[in-house]
Design a protein around this ligand. Structure first.
Ligand SMILES: Nc1ncnc2c1ncn2[C@@H]1O[C@H](COP(=O)(O)OP(=O)(O)OP(=O)(O)O)[C@@H](O)[C@H]1O
Length: 232
């Protein structure tokens, strides 16, 4: 059988403009199947714009370039975006016919077995994000896009969610693009960290165990424009 050498996700010379402002500037990015890429960048650097482009959620935005992504893409946002009038299980399998059993399995995977019939407002913020993850994973995405999914959670819940996400990704092996403000979160979770600056890639670091993470962290912070004095 011929080896499929295609890259799973390919962005080439991607440009996006809002009015006269160029937000993404001839950006190139490739993500391998199953690779976990974290995207860092100062506020306004274009992270969410890139994610929206990959999700196909920016239909009427001006720009050009190539976006080549697989058909099965799931997106998780900072807020869980559950439908308040649908029970937890119905939120997970929304739009999928005959998927209740798979939905239950997904809920069990995120630690919410037994909460299928709860209403979203009966769940904590962290639990709602678990439901959002279950909703994504039940669709078996080849690409999982996550825009600061843990940004609104407390530190302890965030650490738990990191472990959960790592486990789910190991099991389901989607490629992941995670937008985050948190350098340590990026280092903890990703195979590769990419820093965006004014819509271009300013730095890239692989977490393949070859180098010490303190060194990688310092380089990422430098690329983010954090001065030595500000570093902790
Ligand atoms: N719909 C829009 N109309 C006009 N300008 C927009 C729109 N969406 C985003 N922008 C602008 O594009 C720039 C990049 O926004 P984007 O949300 O991609 O940045 P970001 O890196 O995700 O920032 P943050 O970390 O603060 O979420 C910002 O300056 C923003 O004001």
């Amino acid at each position: 059988m011929a080896t499929d050498t295609r890259r799973l996700i390919r962005v080439e010379a991607l440009t996006r403009r809002y009015g006269s402002r160029t937000i993404l500037d001839r950006l190139d990015l490739e993500i391998e199947p199953g690779e976990f890429v974290a995207l860092l960048g100062q506020s306004g650097s274009g992270k969410s714009t890139l994610l929206r482009a990959l999700a196909g959620l920016d239909g009427d935005v001006a720009g050009d370039g190539l976006v080549d992504v697989p058909a099965q893409v799931s997106v998780v946002f900072q807020d869980a975006r559950l439908l308040p009038w649908q029970r937890v299980l119905d939120n997970v399998v929304l739009g999928l016919d005959g998927a209740a059993a798979r939905g239950r399995e997904s809920l069990a995977e995120v630690g919410l077995a037994g909460r299928e019939r709860a209403w979203p407002n009966e769940l904590s913020g962290g639990e709602q994000q678990r439901v959002a993850l279950a909703r994504s994973l039940v669709r078996e995405p080849r690409l999982l896009l996550a825009d600061e999914p843990f940004g609104a959670l407390d530190a302890l819940t965030r650490v738990r969610m990191h472990a959960l996400l790592r486990r789910l990704v190991e099991q389901h092996r989607p490629a992941v693009l995670l937008v985050t403000h948190d350098v340590d979160e990026a280092i903890a979770l990703a195979d590769r960290v990419v820093v965006l600056d004014h819509g271009r890639i300013a730095a890239e670091q692989r977490l393949d165990g070859g180098r010490h993470t303190t060194e990688i962290r310092a380089e990422l912070l430098r690329a983010l424009g954090v001065t030595g004095e500000e570093r902790t």
